[in-house]
Design a protein around this ligand. Structure first.
Ligand SMILES: Cc1cc2nc3c(=O)[nH]c(=O)nc-3n(C[C@H](O)[C@H](O)[C@H](O)COP(=O)(O)OP(=O)(O)OC[C@H]3O[C@@H](n4cnc5c(N)ncnc54)[C@H](O)[C@@H]3O)c2cc1C
Length: 429
């Protein structure tokens, strides 16, 4: 069987990898000149030309021993490193409150009241609910962990991952939660998967797609699919950029809105369902400052929304990977906007610096600043998402499938695990 994969982000590349490992012939078309989609590391030297980098998308990926990502990194001989579990804070009522990385250690955090902690400890005894019907994310967390966690911790975490208000989302926005519940409780589920650590390949996250593309055959860049047609034989004709292919199967490893455009003429039900999945844009402001303890030795902080008025938080990439900045500098990455109402002052770099200083008063002026817009970058699974995904998949003609983080979950880990399970399922049928 010949398969043409459209889209060379992590979804498309990992699908090609898993299929080629099983001996299948695949070709992959990526519209941009480089593979990786949002997983893209850009060089960012300092003012003296010393090397460093910034990430357009993920700063790292969560990896548990013998998980799908762990296996992938090993298969690709990628050298990876982990910063360990650094300090982190949630900004609330104008102050940064320490939050431990390990869930159990939350019992020591001042972020939660005594009664909220007691309720959280009851989680292992809360009965498992059927996954149907779809539940809101905040409702799910309230049911399992209590109102305190849902109101005081969840909003900042979700803003940091999905740049959207937790109360607007379906629990399908974080499918790992549903999976953990099937193990009896969230604590049990987390334990069964082994402890995860944040990992980064040496050279940045962009090394992952780069290495995949080097090891795969049939990867084409700068080739955008423009149309598809199902032939009487049941095969597919695909064209774009002056090229034309006839293949047995087409996999759309594309954001829902891109897949929807291609599907419009041939599968209107799927196209409509995919077009109904909203995406969030987020502004990223990268800056370098003189090092400042204890921030320079930490993961960073997230702000409890809506208190930040669109200032969602600041990570410390130079802690996550010391190679990202010269050793005497601290690199920050601020997340702005997303699906939140945003203060006009944050549209100026000086406005962002002022807010940063309100949280970290001793922070020095930035020595370098660079802004990037992640336009329509993050799927926003609101209530009803499950119905959109079901309708989209049900309407697809034979010999076609849609593979994306909007289907499998928001992070690289979700995509790699989702693709591995998808390919296993294909093999079983
Ligand atoms: C700012 C930001 C921060 C993030 N941080 C983290 C993090 O810390 N940890 C984590 O695990 N995850 C993080 N993520 C999420 C992670 O980046 C995504 O889950 C993942 O990259 C999605 O990959 P994808 O292949 O599904 O989609 P994409 O990366 O969107 O790839 C789709 C590809 O399809 C191509 N394409 C589009 N149309 C066509 C066409 N017609 N023909 C051919 N090709 C086409 C596009 O050019 C693109 O390369 C972050 C994302 C963003 C945006």
């Amino acid at each position: 069987m010949t398969t043409l994969i459209l889209g060379g982000g992590v979804s498309g590349l990992v699908t090609a990898w898993q299929l080629q490992k099983r001996g299948e012939v695949t070709e992959l078309w990526e519209a941009q000149d480089t593979v990786g989609g949002w997983v893209h590391t850009l060089p960012w030297p300092d003012l003296e030309g010393r090397p460093g980098y910034l990430e357009r998308g993920p700063q790292g990926v969560l990896v548990a021993p013998d998980s799908a990502v762990d296996r992938l990194f090993k298969e690709l001989d990628l050298e990876v490193r982990s910063p360990g579990h650094g300090a982190r804070w949630v900004g609330k009522n104008g102050a940064l409150i320490p939050v431990p990385a390990a869930p159990v250690a939350l019992l020591l955090s001042k972020l939660l009241s005594f009664s909220a902690k007691l309720r959280m400890m009851m989680e292992p005894f809360i009965p498992v609910r059927s996954a149907e019907p779809e539940e809101g994310l905040s409702e799910f967390v309230t049911r399992r962990l209590g109102r305190g966690v849902a109101e005081d911790l969840l909003p900042a975490m979700v803003a940091g991952i999905l740049a959207a208000p937790a109360e607007s989302l379906s629990v399908d926005a974080l499918p790992k939660l549903l999976y953990w519940e099937t193990k009896g409780s969230l604590f049990q589920g987390m334990r069964s998967g082994g402890a995860s650590s944040l990992m980064v390949p040496k050279g940045g996250m962009g090394m992952l797609p780069k290495r995949l593309a080097e090891r795969l055959s049939g990867v084409r860049t700068g080739l955008r699919a423009e149309g598809l047609e199902r032939l009487e034989s049941g095969r597919w004709r695909v064209w774009g950029g002056g090229e034309l292919r006839e293949v047995d199967r087409v996999l759309l490893a594309l954001p829902a809105y891109e897949a929807s455009v291609l599907l419009g003429p041939i599968a209107p039900q799927s196209a409509e369902a995919l077009a109904a999945i909203p995406y969030t844009s987020v502004r990223l402001r990268h800056s370098r400052h003189a090092r400042l303890a204890p921030l320079d030795d930490s993961f960073g902080f997230l702000v409890h929304p809506p208190e930040g008025h669109g200032f969602l938080g600041a990570l410390v990439p130079s802690w996550i990977d010391p190679d990202s900045a010269p050793s005497d500098l601290m690199q920050l990455r601020v997340f702005l906007g997303g699906a939140f109402e945003t203060d006009a002052a944050l549209s100026e770099s000086a406005g962002v610096q002022k807010v940063l200083k309100s949280w970290v008063p001793k922070l020095g002026e930035p020595l370098q600043v660079r802004e990037e817009l992640a336009d329509r970058a993050i799927p926003r699974p609101e209530m009803g998402h499950r119905g959109h995904v079901k309708a989209a998949l049900a309407g697809l003609p034979q010999g076609m499938d849609w593979i994306s983080n909007a289907r499998f979950g928001p992070g690289v880990r979700d995509v790699v695990e989702g693709v591995e399970a998808w390919v296993d399922h294909q093999g079983a049928n």
